[in-house]
Each structure stands twice: as structure tokens, then as C-alpha cells.
Design a protein. Structure first.
Length: 101
């Protein structure tokens, strides 16, 4: 764990926790508004969360070359996550409830 400074670890880990809280907030928001479409957005946020966990794992093991595949996995999950988030946003914008507002 000596590759990253303590402060960098704090930022990495707080970002992961923040993303988890954001997912939970989206679910609660949808439940309070009785709009289940918001669950799709929460689901679309999961690939980005796993991508962040890949980065943290790789750093945890001092950027080991044996785990370099995690970097590739992280890149792929980031791409997938961005596409999923775009699709979920489009789905929310096109939902019948969005047209009523």
C-alpha cells in the first residue's frame, strides 16, 4: 500500500463510499416518488462502482504487474458504465412520468 499516499487512499475510498450512497439515494428517491424507473439508473451505476473497486484493488496490491488485467477490466467497466448511465438517463427522460412533469 505504499504506492499511494494516505490522503490519496482517503480520496479513493471516500469516492467509492460516495458512489454507494448515491446509488442508495437514487433508489430511495424513486421509492419516495413511486417511480420505479429510477431503479434502472441505480442499476446503471453499478459498473462504475465495480470499476472503482478494480482500481482500488490494483493499488492495494502496489500496482502489481500480475494484476494488470484489472486495469483493462476497469477501462471496460468504465465504458460499459458510461453507456449504461446514458441509456438509463435516456430511459428516464422518455418515461411517461417525465412527460407529466
Amino acid at each position: 500500500m505504499h504506492i499511494l499516499s494516505f490522503h490519496t487512499w482517503v480520496i479513493h475510498l471516500s469516492s467509492v463510499l460516495e458512489w454507494l450512497l448515491a446509488i442508495a439515494a437514487v433508489v430511495v428517491w424513486g421509492e419516495q416518488r413511486q417511480e420505479p424507473e429510477w431503479r434502472w439508473l441505480a442499476l446503471a451505476m453499478l459498473p462504475a462502482l465495480v470499476s472503482a473497486l478494480c482500481a482500488c484493488t490494483w493499488h492495494l496490491f502496489d500496482n502489481s504487474s500480475e494484476l494488470h488485467w484489472l486495469v483493462t477490466l476497469q477501462a471496460g467497466l468504465t465504458l460499459l458504465g458510461n453507456c449504461c448511465l446514458a441509456a438509463a438517463a435516456w430511459w428516464l427522460a422518455r418515461s411517461p412520468l417525465a412527460r407529466l412533469r
